[in-house]
Ligand binder design. Structure first.
Ligand SMILES: *Cc1c(COP(=O)(O)O)cnc(C)c1O
Length: 354
């Protein structure tokens, strides 16, 4: 893949590295390439970060023809910039794309686009403790057509955002509202993809949880609203009676890279790990009988997010008195240690940008 580079003639002032927040600042450049049926991907380019122009009839605006990824680059202890398991994101983007009849991106090209863009904007990769560079690749159709049809034209874009430490003072447990009215995903649907529409449809439940004083929503299965699927934008795990239980993946659960990494680590530490169906009744019984030892979410943004409180049909159940447990803490320390290069990368998960 040949990439043409047009440098930004007016680079922005850098943000205050100590107050980055999440997804508020964007770097000076972006990657873009076009796809047309019959021609394939073409015109790979790095250009100044700026507005995208499209016709009001662009299909993405009407039918949400869009999928995305979320991943991070880190300035490591040795000063080098590394990605965490980027091939997993490349594969997942293509699985999302396939569900929406979008063309795949060759893994090589996905990685090259990201590495070249980060290299050019490397002064934007924050170095403060706990910070990282969030990478947002996305694909959409800007084809002009208000008929519901298979598009022939797509764009793939990558933008970068320096983000702050998720936790400013320790890992604060979150409170979770178990949502039994709205559903996120159903069998045969798009739950396993990162498509924009999934998140648009989840906002109403997020608002409801927030209005009731909860941080996040826990989603139940779409058919029976009985089995636990995931939390907001994180996968979820429990420690019940000594065993780690992770809701099994199906096509209604997003297969998180952090979830997969956590399960690999837990098995390597000798924990009994079960990926299976877990009902909300089982969770309630475990909490009430004192067998629920830990509950936490896993995802790229926060890495590990301990859960201190569940609201199940109006009933409040506290976990560990609202404090983080040792398994969640060890997972957080290990995964971030590997990401920031302060612990050995025994599984070969990190990749230096080239
Ligand atoms: C992105 C995401 C996750 C976490 O995936 P990671 O690869 O670990 O970041 C979990 N659930 C949903 C709905 C997501 O969008």
């Amino acid at each position: 893949m040949d990439i043409s580079v047009t440098k930004n003639p007016a680079p922005k002032a850098k943000p205050d590295w100590k107050n980055l927040g999440f997804g508020e600042y964007f770097t000076d450049h972006m990657f873009m390439m076009d796809y047309a049926t019959g021609k394939g991907w073409h015109d790979a380019r790095i250009i100044p970060y700026g507005p995208l122009t499209m016709e009001p009839s662009a299909m993405v605006l009407h039918y949400a023809v869009e999928v995305f990824e979320g991943m991070k680059a880190y300035t490591c202890a040795d000063g080098k910039i590394r990605l965490f398991r980027p091939l997993e994101n490349a594969a997942r983007l293509n699985r999302s794309a396939a569900r929406f009849c979008m063309p795949p991106i060759p893994t090589e090209d996905f990685l090259t686009a990201i590495c070249r863009l980060i290299r050019l904007d490397q002064d934007w990769v924050p170095k403060e403790e706990g910070t990282s560079l969030y990478i947002r690749p996305f694909m959409y159709s800007d084809q002009s057509n208000v008929g519901v049809r298979l598009p022939d034209l797509f764009k793939f874009v990558v933008i970068l955002s320096p983000v702050g430490a998720y936790y400013k003072e320790g890992l604060n447990p979150v409170s979770i509202y178990v949502e039994d009215e709205y559903v996120r995903a159903a069998r045969g649907g798009t739950g396993f993809t990162k498509c924009g529409g999934n998140y648009a449809a989840s906002l109403i439940a997020q608002k409801k949880a927030k209005d009731l004083g909860y941080t996040q929503v826990l989603w139940l299965d779409g058919a029976e609203r009985k089995y636990i699927e995931e939390v907001g934008t994180m996968n979820v795990m429990f420690k019940i009676g000594g065993e780690i239980v992770a809701p099994e993946l199906g096509d209604s659960v997003l297969p998180g890279v952090t979830r997969n990494s956590a399960l690999i680590l837990l098995k390597s530490w000798g924990y009994k790990v079960a990926e299976r169906k877990i009902s909300v009744d089982e969770l309630r019984d475990a909490a009430e009988s004192g067998r629920l030892e830990e509950a936490f979410g896993t995802g790229t943004a926060a890495v590990i997010s301990p859960i201190g409180l569940f609201n199940i049909q109006g009933k409040k159940l506290r976990v560990r008195d609202g404090k983080i447990g040792p398994v969640a803490q060890k997972l957080y320390d290990t995964i971030t240690g590997i990401q920031w290069g302060t612990l050995p990368d025994t599984f070969g998960w990190t990749q230096e940008i080239n």
